[in-house]
Design a protein around this ligand. Structure first.
Ligand code: RP5
Length: 191
């Protein structure tokens, strides 16, 4: 469910063709209860619109900007050049170079204007939402708690997959099982 309230994150993408990837960002922000707004602009096709949009972000209450773009992906850098808000870049997969072009274009910023660059494609888009939430959580203890719960659920899901695969209801590597294994090797606890 989209979180009500004044948007704290702006999700900006270069084209509607980026939306299927950037929906991973939107979904994750919703899961973490972070209000956001989504916009489309283009560093190359609409440079004036991009500049105006970037200029207004801070006064509109935005705290973090997530930017997805593909090919010669300059949108994140163009927005970062206008605002001092943290900008997280997501390089789109695809194109002739499978997203490596977008990765290099996003990550290789000259000193002075940083863009925090995520992985190519959907993994990066999802992580961008988590990174944005982590930044916001520095001054939001409730959000920090939701991030901790997310990590715990993630850890539990790995264990569940391991148990399902191994067919062993007690299987899976947990802190307890590692500690038991070490005790077995060292003989610790034996009389
Ligand atoms: C980039 O060009 C966009 O971010 C998109 O990834 C890519 C292709 O855009 P379309 O031709 O699909 O609009 O600016």
């Amino acid at each position: 469910m989209k979180h009500a309230g004044r948007p704290l994150v702006a999700v900006v993408m270069g084209s509607d063709s980026d939306r299927p990837t950037m929906q991973e960002t939107e979904k994750m922000l919703e899961e973490l209860g972070v209000p956001y707004v989504t916009r489309i602009s283009s560093a190359h096709r609409a440079p004036r619109k991009t500049h105006e949009l970037a200029e207004k972000l801070e006064s509109e209450g935005i705290k973090v900007v997530v930017v997805g773009a593909g090919l010669a992906a300059h949108l994140a850098g163009a927005i970062a050049s206008v605002t001092t808000l943290p900008v997280i870049g997501v390089p789109m997969a695809g194109g002739s170079l499978q997203g490596v072009d977008a990765l290099y274009s996003t990550v290789q910023m000259p000193s002075g204007i940083p863009v925090a660059t995520m992985a190519i494609g959907k993994h990066g888009a999802k992580n961008a939402a988590i990174m944005a939430a982590e930044i916001l959580a520095l001054s939001d203890p409730e959000l920090a708690g939701r991030l901790r719960t997310y990590r715990e659920d993630l850890e539990r899901s790995v264990d569940e997959k391991d148990k399902a695969l191994s067919g062993d209801p007690d299987g899976g590597i947990t802190a307890d099982s590692v500690s038991d294994a070490i005790k077995g090797l060292t003989g610790e606890g034996k009389q």
